[in-house]
Every structure is written in structure tokens, then in C-alpha cells.
Write a protein that binds this ligand. Structure first.
Ligand SMILES: *[C@@H]1O[C@H](CO)[C@@H](O)[C@H](O)[C@H]1NC(C)=O
Ligand SMILES: *[C@@H]1O[C@H](CO)[C@@H](O)[C@H](O)[C@H]1NC(C)=O
Ligand SMILES: *[C@@H]1O[C@H](CO)[C@@H](O)[C@H](O)[C@H]1NC(C)=O
Ligand SMILES: *[C@@H]1O[C@H](CO)[C@@H](O)[C@H](O)[C@H]1NC(C)=O
Ligand SMILES: *[C@@H]1O[C@H](CO)[C@@H](O)[C@H](O)[C@H]1NC(C)=O
Ligand SMILES: *[C@@H]1O[C@H](CO)[C@@H](O)[C@H](O)[C@H]1NC(C)=O
Ligand SMILES: *[C@@H]1O[C@H](CO)[C@@H](O)[C@H](O)[C@H]1NC(C)=O
Length: 618
């Protein structure tokens, strides 16, 4: 009877599971873009492996040695000694000390990866909390061999992305437990395991390599480890089932991974490549600009630029079309367009084009100024630590490691965005606008849908930065971005403090100067010269710099996620003053999500001569 039940169960599992597993991750694809950083930290997904991913990975069902896995590509073992499943040696059913087990299990003659290795269970901080999540695990494998049990705490390891692999292995194991009948008879355990799975998936959702893992990743790893150890004890009797299942899980997940990786890789490439139309636009505008004589090259209303009674915007961008949309949409909704002044800072390459666009398409009666960052001679590496760091050899190596190591190793960081000073201009607002007392900072991937003038009258209560907070979900807190194992961080900041978003911020420049914010920023940027406090980008630096100096704005001022999450509520988008396409899926790219595209393209006049000439269509 029991045997028959077991066989039936086994049958249903073996037939159904691969189907479910294989189709489900693909079907829910888009949500892998969900839950990535907010704010400026654009979640470009690293997918270097996709380039050289062997397509035919095979997991032989070897009855004599079911743990052996190989692939066609030179026989690298996939997860061979990291994946740990309940051990099944008969006559040895007591829970065992894991390192002993390793020895026992080492078989001779298995060559590549015949060893089951149990990751050691460690003391856990019971910190992991369950947060509801529909995150899909970004299933990219690094196909590398690791020895999780031997890795010391906090050690990022010599093997790249060992932690990611460890997380994935845990997940596979957890899912097997979840499917087993004997676990089902233990609802307590199932509940705990499910929570851990969510936690781990959430942790992984952000990252495709170790350097991108949140700083609280280790706790999650350990919590899961502990839960799995419990499962192992419950599971002693199910060895045969487990052995069987393991092969199926591995192959199904791996196939899904291969597909996913390809897609992510293409997204990555698409996100970085300027579409031909935009390139054309920039070239034509530049050519036309230089055909003007110098008196025609001036934008009008220059006496508005320093008038503190007007509404001033700071907009740093190298994308003409995106900037045009921000300006157009802002002006379109402004009650008093002539009182709005846009200060656009771009780079040398796009300066002429940017200026030409606004000469040819003046934004009603609003004022536009175009500057290039190269004009700011005060912003040099003797003044700005971040410039010094950007110029340094080690930083360049860090970003462009791929030139020295494997190609594609660091695809993500080859995005020029990460090396550009344009990104860091936001920390120099009082220097850029010495005469102004308040500016609204806008990213170039936003669309304005309301009159923004009320922003200038909000009382920031002595704070410097007005921003919407992003910690409605428990994971956009400080410990997500900063290294709280570092005493400098731990002593000065609260891991549970709420993160906030860049993209639409009010900055009080008087308070900024009074509180020496630029010095604060320089201080921390210097301390972070070896990147031990935070890694990339401007958001962590912003969190630190404006710690206890940020005033939370009402949420509808700034709705985020339209560049990665298909789940932003339609009514929230419609009600928002500013919507933000943060993420890879920019509305001006082919890959942009169609459901949000109209909110952006409504502000593009596709009949405009330049756009028609360059074949830029809706
Ligand atoms: C797997 O099975 C094949 C034949 O079925 C055998 O030749 C091979 O040695 C087995 N591999 C291991 C590692 O046992
Ligand atoms: C992991 O597997 C590799 C080959 O697959 C082997 O050389 C190595 O010794 C194994 N590591 C452990 C800790 O068993
Ligand atoms: C660098 O900036 C400082 C002040 O920020 C300025 O005094 C100095 O002249 C600048 N150096 C160059 C070469 O422009
Ligand atoms: C975090 O800070 C600690 C202490 O400085 C350091 O040892 C560790 O490597 C840092 N972690 C990361 C991921 O940079
Ligand atoms: C800001 O710096 C000035 C001199 O650079 C100093 O006098 C002042 O006390 C500083 N203010 C704060 C709040 O640190
Ligand atoms: C936050 O800033 C206020 C003044 O603006 C200060 O009184 C308070 O001590 C600060 N709190 C922390 C935790 O730094
Ligand atoms: C701004 O957008 C409106 C609405 O789409 C459009 O009618 C207008 O031509 C645009 N202005 C410019 C300068 O592109």
C-alpha cells in the first residue's frame, strides 16, 4: 500500500514537475525585472555567461552514480559538489556530522564531481523575515565548482560568484523538500521553508553575481542553511525519491536558466546600445547647430537663469529625446510655463545636439539652459574624490576588468553610465547653481504629469533633500545598499532606515551649504576608496550623504519602477505627479514595456522633422 502510494506519487512528480518547472519560470519572465533597485541604481543584469553558454547540458541518469552531472562543454561539473540533498546511505540514518559525511561520500574513480557535499549548517541569526514575494529567481548559473562548506563567514571567496551558486543550490534543495510527502506531514517545517525560499529568491532577484548581492545576504544564506538541516532530518527515509527527483530538478532548472540567460543578455545589449534613430538624431542636430552663426546659437531668456523667484530644474543627461520629453511634459502641465527654468547639463558630445533641439523646439515660454560638464573646471580630480577614483587605474580595472580577464566578465560595468561624472553631478548642485536656493532634480527617464510648483513651497523642515521613500517593501532599507559588517557603517547608520529614490527630488541649496553637505559627501567618498562601504553607483552615496537630512515626500509625487516592473498599478501611474522609468526597459528602447510606453510617447511629437528624418516612430 505504502509502496503503491509512493510509486504513484513518484510518477506524478516526475511527469508533472519538469513541465511546471520548465514552463513557469519562462512564463513569469518579466517579473524578474521586478524588485531590483529603485532610484538611480539601474538593474542591468549581468549575463556574461550567455555568450558562451553551451546549449546542450545533459544530466545522465546514472543509476550507479546519480550524483554525477556533466555537460558537453568540456565536462565542467554543474553544481556537482555544491548541491546537497538528503544523504541516502543505508544504515547510516542518524543525522551526521557533515564533514564526516563528505569523507564517507568521496568515491574513488568518479572523476568530475562524484561527491555530494553538504554545506555546513551554521549558527543562524533568526533575522530572516518572510516578505510576500512573487519574485522569480533569476536563473543564471555560473557553472562553477564551489565548496560552500569550506567557505568562511563573510568571505566572498576566491571563486567568483560562489555565494550566488550556493543560494541556487539551496533553492533546488528546498524545492525538493517542498515536494516531498514526508515534508508535507510537517506543516511547521513547510511553512518555515517556504519563508526561507521567498527570502532567498528575493535576495537573488537583485543579483546575478556576488558583488551585487545585498549586504544582508549572508544572514539569509545561513537561515536557509539551518532550515535545510532540519529538513534533512525529517527526510531521512526518502532517499530514493530524492535521488530520482534531483535529476529532474537540475535539468529543468538548467534549461530554464539557459533560456533566461539568453534573454537577459539581449536585454543587456539592447539597454546599452543607443538605438540608431537616437544616434541619427544627435548627428543631425549637431550638424545643423554648427551651420548656425554664433548669434543664432543662443537660447533665449538668459536673464531668467539666476532669478531665484523662478522654478529651477536640474536635468543631467546625454539623451536628447529623453530630455525633450522631460521638458515638454513639465511645461505641458505647468500652470505658469514662463516661470519654469530648465538647467540641462550634458557632455561635450551631445552639447550641440541638445542645444539645437531646444533652439528648433522651444518649450513654449519656459527657459532652457544647456551646459556641458566640461565647462565646470572647478570639478576636477583635485576637488572631487569621486573623479579621482574614477580616473584611477584600479577603478578602471574594476569596471573594465574584462579587458584583462575573460571577455564579457564584467559586461554590466562596461556601461559608460557607471564611469560617467554626469552621474555624480547631483552631489554638486550648489556649485553648479551658486545663485539658486532651491532646485528640483529630475532624471531623464521621468515623465511629469502634474504642475510641480507646489514642490517649491513644501517645508522641508531644515532637511536638505525632499524625496519619496522606497521602503514600503521591507527590502529597500539601508542594509540593502551599505556594508553593515563594516564598523564605519554600523556605527553611523541604522540598517533599518528607509531608503529613498533619486529621480525627482527637491534640494534646498541654502541648507545644503549651511550643513556642508558636499564635504560630507567627499568625506564618505574618500572613506570608500576601496569600495568596502558600498559598491557602485550614486544611491548608496546619496543615502549616506543625506542621512538624517531627507524629508519624505508624499508617494504620489514620484512613482517608480516603470523600467522594470510590469506590476506598477495603473491607477498609481495615472495619479502620479512624476513617473519614473528606472530600470533597463526605457520607453525609448524597443524593449520598453508597451503598457507604459504611451505615458512617455504622448510627449513626443513624431511629426517633428528631425524625428521623421531619423525614422523615430511610435
Ligand atoms: C554511468 O553509467 C555508464 C553506463 O550506463 C557507465 O559507463 C559509467 O561508468 C557510469 N558512470 C559512473 C560515474 O558511474
Ligand atoms: C569538487 O569536485 C571537484 C571535481 O568535480 C573535485 O576536484 C573537488 O575535490 C571536489 N571538492 C570537494 C570539496 O569535494
Ligand atoms: C581644480 O578645481 C579647483 C577648485 O575646485 C581649482 O582651484 C583649480 O584651478 C582646478 N584645477 C584645474 C586644472 O582646473
Ligand atoms: C564589508 O566591510 C568589512 C569590514 O571592512 C570588509 O571586511 C568586507 O570585505 C566588506 N564587505 C564587502 C562585501 O565589501
Ligand atoms: C561647515 O564648514 C565651515 C568651514 O568650512 C565650518 O565653519 C562650519 O562649522 C561647518 N558647518 C557644519 C555644520 O559642519
Ligand atoms: C538628525 O538631525 C537633527 C538635526 O537636524 C539632530 O538633532 C539629530 O541628532 C540627528 N539625528 C541623528 C541620528 O543623527
Ligand atoms: C510637446 O508635447 C505636446 C503634446 O504631445 C506636443 O503637442 C508638442 O508639439 C510638444 N512640443 C515639442 C516642442 O515637442
Amino acid at each position: 500500500m505504502v509502496v503503491r502510494k509512493l510509486v504513484l506519487f513518484l510518477l506524478s512528480i516526475t511527469v508533472l514537475l519538469p513541465i511546471v518547472l520548465y514552463t513557469d519560470p519562462l512564463a513569469t519572465q518579466p517579473s524578474s525585472f521586478a524588485d531590483i533597485h529603485l532610484g538611480d541604481e539601474i538593474p542591468i543584469v549581468k549575463s556574461a555567461d550567455a555568450v558562451r553558454e553551451p546549449t546542450g547540458i545533459v544530466y545522465p541518469e546514472n543509476s550507479s552514480n546519480p550524483d554525477q552531472i556533466s555537460d558537453h562543454d568540456g565536462g565542467r561539473a554543474v553544481a556537482s559538489n555544491t548541491t546537497t540533498l538528503p544523504s541516502c546511505k543505508s544504515g547510516d540514518r542518524k543525522s551526521r556530522v557533515l564533514s564526516q559525511e563528505d569523507k564517507k561520500k568521496t568515491r574513488s574513480g568518479t572523476g568530475d564531481g562524484g561527491v555530494i557535499r553538504q554545506a555546513s549548517s551554521r549558527e543562524t541569526s533568526e533575522g530572516a523575515t518572510a516578505v510576500e514575494s512573487e519574485t522569480v529567481l533569476p536563473t543564471q548559473s555560473r557553472n562553477q565548482q564551489k565548496q560552500p562548506g569550506k567557505r568562511s563567514k563573510g568571505d566572498s571567496g576566491s571563486t567568483p560568484d560562489a555565494k550566488i551558486q550556493q543560494f541556487r543550490d539551496q533553492l533546488m534543495k528546498a524545492k525538493v523538500y517542498l515536494g516531498l510527502s514526508s515534508s508535507k506531514s510537517n506543516p511547521e517545517f513547510i511553512r518555515e521553508l517556504k519563508e526561507r525560499v521567498k527570502d532567498v529568491e528575493r535576495t537573488l532577484a537583485y543579483a546575478t553575481e556576488d558583488t551585487e548581492l545585498p549586504f544582508n545576504a549572508r544572514e539569509k544564506l545561513e537561515a536557509m542553511e539551518q532550515t535545510l538541516a532540519k529538513g534533512k532530518q525529517i527526510q531521512q527515509d526518502c532517499c530514493a525519491v530524492v535521488k530520482k527527483l534531483r535529476g529532474f530538478y537540475l535539468s529543468a532548472e538548467e534549461q530554464a536558466r539557459v533560456h533566461k540567460k539568453r534573454e537577459l543578455f539581449l536585454t543587456q545589449v539592447a539597454a546599452k546600445t543607443l538605438p540608431r534613430g537616437l544616434h541619427c538624431l544627435s548627428l543631425r542636430l549637431t550638424a545643423d547647430y554648427h551651420s548656425l552663426d554664433s548669434s543664432q546659437q543662443q537660447l533665449p531668456n538668459r536673464d531668467n537663469l539666476e532669478n531665484p523667484r523662478l522654478y529651477h530644474y536640474a536635468l543631467f543627461s546625454d539623451n536628447v529625446l529623453a530630455t525633450a520629453v522631460v521638458v515638454n511634459s513639465t511645461v505641458f502641465h505647468a500652470k505658469d510655463p514662463e516661470r519654469h527654468v530648465f538647467h540641462i547639463v550634458t557632455d561635450r558630445l551631445n552639447y550641440a545636439a541638445m542645444k539645437m533641439w531646444f533652439l528648433a523646439n522651444p518649450p513654449g515660454r519656459a527657459t532652457v539652459q544647456v551646459q556641458k560638464v566640461e565647462e565646470f573646471t572647478w570639478l576636477n580630480s583635485s576637488y572631487s574624490p569621486v573623479l579621482k577614483q574614477l580616473a584611477s587605474r584600479s577603478m578602471r580595472d574594476y569596471y573594465f576588468r574584462s579587458q584583462h580577464a575573460k571577455s564579457d566578465e564584467n559586461l554590466k560595468y562596461r556601461n559608460p553610465k557607471y564611469l560617467s561624472i554626469m552621474n555624480h553631478l547631483r552631489f554638486y548642485l550648489p556649485e553648479i547653481f551658486p545663485k539658486l536656493s532651491k532646485v528640483v532634480f529630475l532624471d531623464d527617464d521621468v515623465v511629469v504629469q502634474r504642475d510641480l510648483t507646489p514642490l517649491w513651497v513644501i517645508d522641508l523642515e531644515g532637511k536638505v533633500n525632499g524625496a519619496v521613500e522606497t521602503c514600503g517593501e521591507s527590502f529597500h532599507r539601508f542594509d540593502r545598499y551599505l556594508n553593515f559588517s563594516n564598523p564605519l557603517i554600523a556605527e553611523n547608520f541604522d540598517p533599518n532606515a528607509c531608503g529613498w529614490a533619486y529621480g525627482m527630488n527637491v534640494f534646498d541649496l541654502e541648507e545644503w551649504k549651511k550643513q556642508n553637505i558636499t564635504d560630507v559627501y567627499h568625506h564618505w567618498q574618500n572613506l570608500n576608496h576601496d569600495r568596502l562601504l558600498w559598491k557602485l553607483g550614486t544611491l548608496p552615496a546619496g543615502l549616506i550623504t543625506f542621512w538624517n537630512r531627507t524629508y519624505p515626500l508624499e508617494r504620489s509625487w514620484h512613482v517608480l519602477g516603470l523600467g522594470y516592473s510590469p506590476k506598477v498599478e495603473h491607477k498609481d501611474v495615472e495619479a502620479a505627479a512624476v513617473i519614473h522609468y528606472n530600470g533597463n526597459l526605457k520607453p525609448w528602447l524597443e524593449i520598453g514595456m508597451t503598457k507604459y510606453r504611451n505615458f512617455w510617447s504622448n510627449y513626443v511629437d513624431y511629426n517633428q522633422a528631425y524625428l521623421r528624418d531619423c525614422n523615430i516612430n511610435p
